[in-house]
Write a protein that binds this ligand. Structure first.
Ligand code: SF4
Length: 290
């Protein structure tokens, strides 16, 4: 595995596992170990200060909002001249004051997981709780306050296919209501077999694509015709414009070692000894560990 010192970093984006704590207990979680201590903020800032070029720093978790100093971390990353995003389950973003504090800290891009759109029954099955109201509020708060928003929806075969249309419709309605300038992105994927995952509910990509077409009443030709030139790492995938939003589908095909997106030069991950490794490769090798 290619592991780099911060000064040598070539990854476009670096995923930062700020904490292994989480306020949810989803059925599908690539990072289910809650026993690892939080990342040290000073060591994190030291690593970021040594990066050779402007880099996309993606704050993830488990659930990054569990950290009280998240605002300070966002400010620090911005002050060093890097781009920053937050990936979150959104429970805390259901409170408008929290979203405003994120904005004040300098955050503009949020990736919000919404596996059930606004359907509590789906959240109960996939995420072990009735989270529809909080997630819905989080999405509304973010778009109302002009964040750039990507939502992430995991599709479990035979469970929540209907979420595809519901999530797209929801995003389109809000994009129109809040007159968003940068189209929000609805990311849809099937279950990845990393960490804790529901067995027997993963789609292969061609079947998955067909399902998305059926749900949205579109064709694969339509996806092709509306495809943008955005790169989807080493994964097969589509990013296409649909009504007033973008839709992003990726194939979670794994290699012989069980690693999705193998060999990607785009996403790195901070290792426990403060270096940078390929994201999924490192996650897989340390499954249930760091
Ligand atoms: S998938 Fe995300 S929100 Fe769900 S338990 Fe894992 S870290 Fe928490």
């Amino acid at each position: 595995m290619k592991i780099l010192a911060p000064e040598e970093n070539t990854f476009d984006a670096i995923m930062v596992d700020l904490t292994h704590r989480c306020n949810m207990e989803c059925a599908n979680c690539y990072i289910p170990n809650r026993d690892i201590p939080d990342m040290d903020i000073n060591k994190l800032f030291d690593l970021i200060s040594r990066l050779p070029k402007r880099t996309f720093i993606r704050l993830i978790g488990a659930e990054a909002t569990m950290r009280e100093d998240l605002f300070e971390i966002i400010r620090g990353v911005r002050a060093m001249g890097h781009r920053v995003s937050l990936t979150t389950n959104g429970l805390k973003l259901g409170r408008e004051e929290y979203v405003l504090k994120l904005k004040e800290a300098g955050l503009r891009l949020v990736l919000l997981s919404m596996n059930g759109a606004i359907d509590d029954e789906i959240y109960r099955i996939l995420d072990n709780g009735r989270y529809a109201t909080l997630k819905h509020r989080a999405l509304k708060n973010l778009l109302e306050h002009k964040f750039i928003v990507n939502t992430g929806t995991i599709i479990a075969k035979g469970v929540n296919e209907r979420t595809i249309k519901e999530q797209v419709d929801l995003m389109c309605d809000y994009a129109e209501k809040y007159k968003v300038k940068i189209p929000p992105v609805v990311r849809i994927r099937t279950i990845a077999t990393l960490g804790r995952s529901m067995e027997g509910h993963t789609y292969d990509f061609s079947e998955f694509k067909q399902n998305v077409c059926n749900q949205l009443n579109i064709t694969e030709d339509y996806m092709q015709q509306n495809k943008t030139d955005e790169i989807v790492n080493n994964m097969e995938g589509y990013v296409f414009k649909h009504r007033n939003v973008m839709i992003r589908l990726v194939d979670w095909k794994i290699n012989d070692e069980g690693v999705p997106d193998f060999g990607s030069e785009l996403r790195g991950r901070i290792t426990e000894d403060w270096k940078i490794a390929p994201f999924f490769h490192h996650v897989k090798e340390n499954e249930y560990g760091y």
